[in-house]
Design a protein around this ligand. Structure first.
Ligand code: HSE
Length: 319
């Protein structure tokens, strides 16, 4: 185990879930933005809480462990740890500095839950596998959106692009990818994941399903073969995007302008409101950013942009 009472630093990357066609199963981590956390463990007396959350940002997220995404993930981890190892009884203190704005659609809640469980595992002497950590962190996603999905958590923990082949039992497949540049725009509007999920249709037409699984298979093949054109053609969603895009001002025009600027393709990041685009070069990614700025400046919608690359490391710990 790591030294008692000594703080470690954690860097937890933002993630883009769905990757357009892979609703709830595909996702990738990016190098910017990321959350910063600090964590330490100590022996717990019987009457003490097992988790103390200290927010050092201004978002005023709940500090009750059961209502906090990092707290819920850590409670799941501690329950299994205490069954496995028993003594000593552990208490974690976690300081969270959210640099990924909650509700932005780039995996803010996943970064907190994934960062917390990776940090805890480091402190405990790396006794859990990455799959275990994804399982624990999904409890945080349940707190955030009411559903245990892993398409943000998995890339946050594994780094790179991941495929969640199955949730129960959990099977995460780490996918290779060629060099890809990512442009993200975050329009300053609120889209709650729970709302963005509740408007979805519960049934799909077979012809749409066929198109969608063709695209998912095409995207995975394109990533594995470093075939940029195939990646671009496969970034198409005929099931979720047509419903959700109405929540995001200027979505269709923005997508068209970015593709004209040379982007391979892209779409809604997670449940939105952020939109991401993938490009082959940094120059194209910057030209795409310009289009995003122009469009949202034009309609007077405040926004932030990021030009970044795929993060291959996942959550990083510094002792
Ligand atoms: N796959 C989830 C959704 C991601 O699209 O609802 C939420 O961040």
């Amino acid at each position: 185990m790591f030294v008692e009472n000594q703080w470690i630093k954690i860097k937890a990357p933002a993630t883009v879930a769905n990757m357009v066609c892979g609703f709830d199963i595909l996702g990738f981590a990016v190098n910017n933005p990321y959350d910063e956390m600090e964590m330490r463990w100590m022996t717990r007396a019987n009457n003490e809480p097992s988790i103390v959350i200290i927010n050092i940002d201004d978002y005023q997220l709940p500090t009750d462990p059961e209502k906090n995404v990092a707290g819920a993930a850590l409670l799941a981890l501690l329950e299994e740890y205490e069954e496995k190892a028993g003594v000593p009884k552990i208490k974690f203190e976690v300081k969270i500095n959210k640099l990924i704005k909650p509700g932005s659609g780039v995996g803010s809640s996943a970064a907190s839950s994934a960062g917390a469980v990776v940090g805890a595992n480091y402190l405990l002497g790396t006794i859990f596998s990455k799959d275990d950590l994804v399982r624990f962190a999904m409890n945080g996603e349940k707190v955030a959106s009411g559903v245990k999905h892993a398409d943000n958590i998995a890339p946050c923990i594994f780094g790179g692009v991941t495929l969640v082949r199955s949730i129960f039992p959990l099977e995460v497949v780490a996918l290779p990818s060629p060099q890809l540049h990512v442009t993200i725009v975050h329009p300053q509007i609120e889209v709650r994941t729970s709302d963005a999920r509740s408007i979805l249709k519960q049934q799909v037409l077979l012809k749409d399903a066929i198109k969608q699984w063709g695209n998912i298979a095409g995207l995975v093949a394109g990533l594995m073969k470093s075939d940029y054109d195939l990646i671009g053609r496969s970034l198409e969603d005929v099931i979720i995007e047509p419903v959700r895009s109405i929540l995001i001002p200027g979505f269709d025009d923005l997508k068209k302008a970015c593709k004209q600027a040379g982007a391979l393709g892209g779409g809604i990041s997670g449940s939105g409101p952020s939109i991401f685009m993938l490009s082959k070069t940094k120059e194209i990614a910057l030209a795409v950013e310009k289009e995003m700025n122009q469009l949202y400046d034009g309609i007077g919608l405040p926004h932030h942009t990021y030009v970044t690359t795929i993060n291959q490391a996942g959550v990083e710990v510094e002792a």
